[in-house]
Design a protein around this ligand. Structure first.
Ligand SMILES: [Zn+2]
Length: 199
């Protein structure tokens, strides 16, 4: 197969990138200095080598530690567990800087048409572990979209066996309807965290 076509197709698999943009990237790279292409190739290769997934919160982190720096931080509050859709949401909430509990990355949302998936088995396992360590609150930090609501409903059923000792809260809706956490500014996220309500 033609090398330009092959790379364009590989790039077109990236989220938000179509075949035409894939081609644009290839021609950009052809015009770029060799060092830039090499650097990009090295960074992609290093992803598999330098980045690992935390077995507790399931976020990706750089380093050789067994668990990520949030999960291993004894100053963080064991009584709170925040559920987020993806790593980028977690990063946005950390930047807001007010939350000091633990996290779990769901890895997706459930759609109304029955598509999509979350890491349900891993979540149940994490919950059992956290309850033993004194968990009292689960914060649902999902996007204010219909998928987010639908996912939250399903998680409430997963949490049913723990309802006598765990309260469930959701982020206060300073967040605009349909807005994604990832793109919310720190100020908005701080307000949403402070105004979280039991649900
Ligand atoms: Zn972790």
């Amino acid at each position: 197969m033609d090398h330009i076509e092959e790379l364009a197709r590989a790039l077109a698999k990236l989220p938000g990138i179509g075949p035409r943009q894939g081609k644009r990237f290839v021609y950009y790279l052809l015009a770029a200095p060799g060092a830039e292409r090499l650097k990009l190739a090295e960074l992609i290769t290093a992803l598999g080598r330098e980045v690992r997934q935390c077995p507790e919160c399931l976020r990706f982190f750089t380093g050789r530690a067994l668990v990520c720096n949030y999960c291993s931080d004894s100053r963080r509050d064991d009584s709170q567990l925040m559920l987020v859709e993806k790593d980028q949401d977690l990063a946005a909430l950390e930047r807001a800087g007010t939350y000091k509990g633990h996290y779990f990355v769901l890895g997706g949302v459930l759609t109304l048409s029955g598509k999509g998936a979350i890491r349900e088995k891993e979540l149940v396992r994490a919950l059992e572990k956290k309850v033993a360590k004194g968990l009292t609150e689960v914060v649902l930090a999902l996007s204010a979209t219909s998928e987010g609501e639908h996912t939250a409903d399903h998680i409430r059923t997963i949490l049913l066996p723990y309802r006598d000792r765990i309260k469930i809260s959701t982020l206060g809706r300073g967040l605009a309807t349909g807005s994604e956490l990832e793109y919310s500014d720190a100020e908005t996220l701080r307000a949403a965290l402070t105004n979280r309500k039991e649900a």
